[in-house]
Design a protein around this ligand. Sequence first.
Ligand code: UT7
Length: 336
Amino acid sequence: MTPRTRAVGVEIAGSGSALPEHRLTNAELETMMETSDEWILQRTGIRERRRYDTSKPYPTTELGAEALGRALADAGMRPDELGLIVCATMTADSPTPSVSCRAAATLGCGTIGAMDINAACSGFVFTISIAHELIAGGLYDSVGVIGVDTITRHCDYSTFGRGAAILFGDAGGALVLRRSDDARKGMLAQAMHSDGSGARSLYIPNGLGQIVDAEPDPRMDEKIQMNGKTVFKFAVSKFPEVIEETLDTAGLRAADIDHYVCHQANSRILESARERFGLPESKLRINIDRYGNTVAGSCPLVFDELKREGRIEEGQRVMFIAFGAGLTWGASLWQL
Ligand code: UT7
């Protein structure tokens, strides 16, 4: 891919996030399965994660709509001024309607277009690149991009499922992307990749059992299955690779980027990227200790945290990076 040039600019006009109230701590997990705070903390850096209220009928939609509502308020826009909603999720409350359709109705966005995209943990990063092009191409003046998942509904909180269950938490985040008269603003480079031959290393089997060859094990049905070591190796190699690819496309060096907004899968994976590129802690935020791996919610959650702390400024360069099931991985580099 060559560096982007465009006639109109695209700005990140607002951000927002939403978290369930319930803090599922390592200590609480110790009461549910054979595990320990020490094991989890050492291997992943996670202390607690949030879990959705299981009595609520549409938790993914609720978190997504709440996050987008906050992003709209941050952008100073009314819901009925938004042009389109695209939501990255792999845990829609039902196969149809989509989270984005319900979120549009909840927020009062009128009859605007709304659709979901599933690229697992890479979903939000892929979706902001796509939404950018819809504005840069002149189709829309503004797009609300949501990244939201309630993945804990697919976690098995018994000792059998502990390998994956300890990692995940629920969250939603959103950005409002808007057309800008400043053509320098917007996406400078992007990368999207997939390798379906790695599907078995991270997947959720269902009754149809498309992926499992063996006799279906009812304990696995609808529960996330992960080969942690394989995914770890994949992440440690693809993470720096996709950063380098995106920097090369934009003709920039690692030090030219102000914030690396990364999918939070394991603090060791993030620390190895920091080391590899010689980044200070301030340029690559790790918040997995408080939220765990929140799938499509993780990147917008990090961005929103930085923005609310006043650390996001006009003129900065921000790279969003993620990897996950599929397997998928990608990056989206923005000039603010
Ligand atoms: O969005 C992308 C999502 N996924 C990732 O990025 C995951 C990447 N992978 C990882 O983060 C790590 O592989 C994990 C943290 C998931 C696991 O760490 P590991 O060092 O690869 O552990 P392991 O799966 O090889 O298990 C080591 C031992 C095993 O016991 P034995 O066979 O050595 O006796 C497991 O049974 O630890 C045991 N174990 C646990 N012990 C306590 C597995 N899960 C747990 C647990 N608590 N929760």
